[in-house]
Design a binder for this molecule. Sequence first.
Ligand code: RTP
Ligand code: MG
Length: 149
Amino acid sequence: MVEQTFLMVKPDAVQRNLIGEIVTRFERKGFKLVAAKLMTISEPLAKQHYQEHDGKPFFDSLVSFITSGPVFAMVWEGEQVISVSRKMMGKTNPQDAEIGSIRGDFGIVTHRNIIHGSDSPESAEREISLFFEKDEILTYEKNIDIWLT
Ligand code: RTP
Ligand code: MG
């Protein structure tokens, strides 16, 4: 089933010049980028985005981290993209994430774990609409052959 998911390169990874590396992994996998923007998240948006964690001990530092610098927000499309992209990201704590996953390859600590991805179809729909207007999400075909010559 073709789905859409919300993925975000977090402030630590933007600072570490990992946007290209991360985008490349999803491109090479075969998923399609349908929306993207570099932006700084406001405090109210951060609190809404991470509302499921409101009240937890790490909530304030999570909000402060995610608003601390630019993020690269994206919508990706493809077969089972929600669960497959979570596998590609690896476990929340980079020390538990498999080598070969994004967090496993580039992260060291949970509070600077490189990337966010929606964890279910419901979160994907909610997060996409929090970050993007409908007309910012594109519908287009890909056909490499016609662009070669
Ligand atoms: P994300 O939402 O950012 O994609 O990460 P996730 O689904 O893998 O993990 P989640 O449980 O949703 O937690 C959101 C973010 O909060 C920070 N966190 N810190 N025990 C802790 O100190 C702790 N647990 C979670 C992480 O930065 C995590 O990505
Ligand atoms: Mg999460």
